[in-house]
Design a protein around this ligand. Sequence first.
Ligand code: GDP
Ligand code: MN
Length: 388
Amino acid sequence: MVDLLEHQGKHLLREAGIAVPRGTLVSSPADAAHAAERLGGRVVCKAQVPAGRRGKAGAVQLVTSPAEAHDIATRLFGSDVGGHRVESLLVEEAVDIAAELYAAILNDPVSKGPLVLLSADGGMEIEEVSATRPERLHKLAVDIRTGLEPNAALTLVRRSALPTDVADPVAAALTRLYRVYRDTDASLVEVNPLVLTEAGDVVAIDAKVSIDTAAAPRQQHTLDTLPGVLPIEPGTDLEREAARLGLQFIELDGDVGVLANGAGLTMTTVDAISHFGGKPANFLEIGGDAYTKATPALRLVLSNPNVRSLLVNFCGAFARTDVMTEGVLNAIDELRPEIPIAFTIHGTGEREAIALVRDRLGITPHDQMDDAVRAAVTAARERQEVAS
Ligand code: GDP
Ligand code: MN
């Protein structure tokens, strides 16, 4: 997941026809002062970090002169906000706020589709509204085949106790937000606050857009056209390294290392480890490229100091298991892991694969996957008992 910076999210919103304040991205106090001058003096200086609650942290400041913008910028640059170093500021003309709403489109695990959220109580933590006044948070599940239709958006707005004269523009903002969500493969598009101005306009004061990295290849153009530098993806160092290698890797808190091919088999393997009372140390999916990526993949798994045993589970249809196995055996030769390894191999090339494991490691892969899982779980447990 890439969590875009506010100004990058606003760039996408602006392109979709949603009003955002005029502003400039700056990287020095002098530029902040110039921007404030150009925008009329009364501006908001906002630290660009991929974190929320900047307002509470003092990283969103309303100022009334270029000199003041210079001072605030001097204080903010290089400071830490929510665990991130401030390297750029968005200087925007201040908006006269009449009301703050909350609007978001997100992936909803319950309806298994997009969910539109709208509340007249924006500007504060939406979790708090949801917990203390759930009746003030309005939700609408969207069918991706039809998208968010204008009438449905309008009905949602009418339920949320907003003044009737703003219903149309707020509904229009929602359908545009939905378009951003859809067109960028976002998992979240959140505007908090979506503001009603004294002049009667609907303006996005903040923007949080998270883009699913699985969609990065087809969103490359979108990502390339964004201003500024993309924030680093969240995750552990190992997970980011894996992503650079084109491997799907998630660190888990267990001790049984997992090497399997295909997402489905990997999930099954991870589940089977839990089923037999063990704890998986990672989710790592390697596919037909196991031959070329086995060494970095195994290095990732073994980099986790908690790993006490390794389970290799290959199942081949189009991908040949003997080719994958040879890659892993080469990796084992190179890295020489000092932990028990259990193999289970099925499908295309399994006879050759099994012979390879016997020849080169002197161990026999398990016929049944369950037996291999049990062996890996037991080995990890025994080593834990020895260690403690
Ligand atoms: P967050 O705290 O990281 O979510 O940052 P926001 O961009 O949401 O800003 C925090 C708060 O600052 C908002 O909820 C507003 O109340 C306030 N704020 C931001 N921009 C303006 C502005 O242009 N005018 C006014 N009056 N308040 C603003
Ligand atoms: Mn906000």
